[in-house]
Write a protein that binds this ligand. Structure first.
Ligand code: ATP
Length: 257
């Protein structure tokens, strides 16, 4: 579902109660070296928040720490209002789903087997992504990048998460596929109240589908707020994002890889 931006009133209606996931004063990194510093972020049920920024800004490190793959160096992560230091598999049992940059599928199994293994009904996956129907019996390693990503997302959403953390969902994919993936994420937030934190390369797509945006620069949020406000500063957002990113992040035309 490609949807226009929701208005502010609707944002207030969906973003109620306590955040599903949040961090406060978070520093994170590798060994004792912090690459993310003093970060405050929150995502309410039903909200889609985009995390933008140049390569190396600290987006993946933030997601890894929120997911429980990296321990915080300082500060706190809270899941459903409760501080947590639990590892990823425990957070998953508590309704968190994490899609990493690498596609989260088992390449040697068929699409059908991948779904079954995740406890997801293949028919539900096809309903979400009709493009998976003809490739259901194909080995995942032989699927196109777009099909693999649809399969990853179908596995993640099929488990009915309360929180979805997704790193570069649309990396290297054609515009139509990106549209389909981000629409599904938006729909999961709207219809099922999933709290979504998206790391996105495509600034304009992120602005279309997210409620709020945070731009990271060198481990800190340099610009953030509701899309309606940030949109007015789009040139700053893109300058901050693209100056260090180098190549334009606009999706290319053409078939799915
Ligand atoms: P990209 O868009 O390129 O994925 P990012 O914003 O996700 O960038 P991170 O991957 O979080 O950025 O990296 C932030 C910083 O941490 C970078 O300087 C990176 O070199 C460094 N870094 C990432 N992974 C490691 C690691 N395993 N060990 C040491 N440093 C790392």
């Amino acid at each position: 579902m490609a949807r226009d931006r929701i208005d502010e009133e609707e944002t207030v209606m969906t973003a109620h109660g306590e955040p599903a996931i949040e961090c406060a004063g978070l520093s994170a990194g590798y060994g004792s070296m912090a690459v993310v510093r003093d970060l405050d972020l929150h995502v309410h049920p039903g909200e889609v928040v985009a995390l933008l920024g140049a390569n190396g800004a600290g987006k993946t490190t933030t997601l890894l720490t929120l997911a429980g793959e990296l321990p915080p160096l300082a500060g706190e992560v809270r899941l459903h209002g409760r501080p947590t230091t639990a590892p990823l598999h425990v957070r998953c049992r508590d309704g968190l789903s994490f899609l990493t940059e690498e596609r989260s599928v088992i390449m040697g199994l068929t699409a059908h087997e991948n779904l079954r293994l995740a406890g997801v009904e293949p028919a539900a996956a096809v309903e979400l992504f009709p493009g998976l129907a003809p490739v259901m019996r194909r080995t995942a390693g032989l699927l196109s990048g777009g099909e693999q990503q649809m399969l990853s997302l179908a596995r993640a959403l099929g488990r009915d998460p309360r929180v979805l953390l997704a790193d570069e969902l649309s990396l290297g994919l054609a515009p139509l596929v990106v549209e389909r993936l981000l629409s599904s994420v938006r729909q999961a937030a709207d219809e099922r109240g999933v709290a979504v934190l998206l790391v996105e390369q495509h600034v304009r797509q992120a602005l279309r589908f997210a409620d709020r945006v945070n731009v990271m620069e060198r481990g800190r949020v340099s610009l953030g707020g509701p899309v309606a406000e940030v949109r007015a500063q789009i040139e700053e957002v893109e300058a901050a994002y693209l100056s260090a990113a180098g190549a334009a992040s606009a999706p290319t035309d053409g078939p799915a890889p």
